[in-house]
Structure formats: structure tokens, C-alpha cells
Design a protein around this ligand. Structure first.
Ligand SMILES: [Zn+2]
Length: 212
């Protein structure tokens, strides 16, 4: 359960998980072999069975996107966190080298948003349910013969849950788990300079909820 370093990019986190020390399969052994899609749900059970035999599964990193559906001020829809996380994924996908086997699980867009329950429309699961949900999905990843999982988060209220889930999966299923939140990753200079110090401190992602 390694916490992604704040100075690492998302791609760096993925690379770190493919370091030789984390894999018992030499990259050349499976380089001829690849998933037919980056999307878990687009792959067949037959392809999963073949990947297990060839060693591709063991070398693969599964990515579980986790977001939230909750209030974001009077001016934005509830799905901001889910939309932003999907945007990060869409931008990252073309940058992942073809030889790097990464599979994206279906995004879990309802998470832990109990702090927003007083705002109508917010959807939340209980902490116990969130832990069970992500842990059970991780167990399915392990059952498919995949040894590495990245929890990729888009909601500040559930950062600590990732650590609990990572520990559970490590202990009970032998998974190597990284966790990262997109908002903890560094912004490129040309993006960063578009926001004031106040915006950086209080959250770029939802803009102002009050008039000045
Ligand atoms: Zn948010």
C-alpha cells in the first residue's frame, strides 16, 4: 500500500508499478501479447484466461477509478468529481505506452460523501460499504491473476479509505496496491499559473461557490 508521491505524475506511478522488482515476468516474455482493450469490461473471459497462461495478467496493472456524486456549490452539477476523473483518464490513456499492460476497471462514481449529506442530491455509501465495495473489486482483480492495482481517486473525502482498502488487499489477496488522487499530482506550469494562490489552496476543481 504505497502512497503515490506528490511529485510523481500519474504515468510515473504506473511506471513505478512495472519496475522489475515488482514483477516476476520479464517484459520481453509478454511483449508479443497484449489486451484487446484498455477497458476491463471490453475484454472477454477467454482473453483473461489466455492472459493468465501467458503471464500477461501477472504483468498487468489494473486501475480502479473512484469518484463521487455530491454537491459542488450552487453553480455546478453533482457529477463534477466523476467528470474530472474521467477527463484525467481520457487524457492519460493515449500517453500509456502500448507495451505497458494497464486495464481500467469500470469507474465507481458513487463513493464516500457523508460530509455533503445535508445538500440535496448528494449520493453516498457508508464507509463500511465503500471499503467492502473497493476491496471486493480488488479481490476480483487478484482472482483474475493480476498482481497490481492502482486506486485512482477523484474525491478528497475518501483519500483515507484507499489506504485501508490497499492494506486489506495486500494482506488477504497479495495485491500490490498504489493509491493516487489526481488533485495531489503536480500541475504543469502553464496550467498552474492560471490560478491564484487562493484557488490553489481552496480547490481549483469547483471554482467559486460564493460571489466575491
Ligand atoms: Zn469535488
Amino acid at each position: 500500500m504505497l502512497q503515490a508521491d506528490a511529485h510523481r505524475s500519474f504515468a510515473d506511478s504506473v511506471y513505478a508499478m512495472t519496475a522489475p522488482t515488482f514483477s516476476t515476468t520479464a517484459p520481453s516474455a509478454h511483449s508479443h501479447n497484449a489486451w484487446p482493450s484498455r477497458q476491463w469490461a471490453q475484454v472477454s473471459a477467454h482473453d483473461f484466461a489466455a492472459a493468465r497462461t501467458s503471464g500477461l495478467a501477472e504483468a498487468t496493472i489494473a486501475v480502479l477509478p473512484v469518484a463521487a456524486v455530491e454537491q459542488h456549490g450552487p453553480h455546478l452539477p453533482l457529477g463534477v468529481d466523476a467528470a474530472l476523473l474521467q477527463g484525467v483518464i481520457d487524457a492519460a490513456l493515449p500517453k500509456i505506452p502500448v507495451e505497458l499492460p494497464a486495464l481500467f476497471l469500470p469507474p465507481q462514481n458513487v463513493g464516500l460523501s457523508t460530509e455533503h449529506l445535508s445538500y440535496p442530491g448528494t449520493l453516498t455509501l457508508s464507509p463500511a460499504t465503500v471499503i467492502a465495495l473497493w476491496t471486493e473489486l480488488g479481490a476480483c482483480v487478484a482472482r483474475a491473476g493480476i498482481g497490481k492495482l492502482l486506486l485512482l481517486n477523484g474525491h478528497g473525502g475518501q483519500v483515507s479509505v484507499m489506504d485501508i482498502v490497499a492494506r486489506e488487499l495486500r494482506m488477504h489477496h497479495g495485491l500490490m496496491v498504489y493509491s493516487a488522487s489526481w488533485f495531489s499530482l503536480p500541475l504543469p506550469g502553464e496550467v498552474s499559473e492560471q490560478f491564484s494562490a487562493e484557488e490553489h489552496r481552496f480547490g481549483i476543481h469547483a471554482g467559486r461557490s460564493r460571489p466575491r
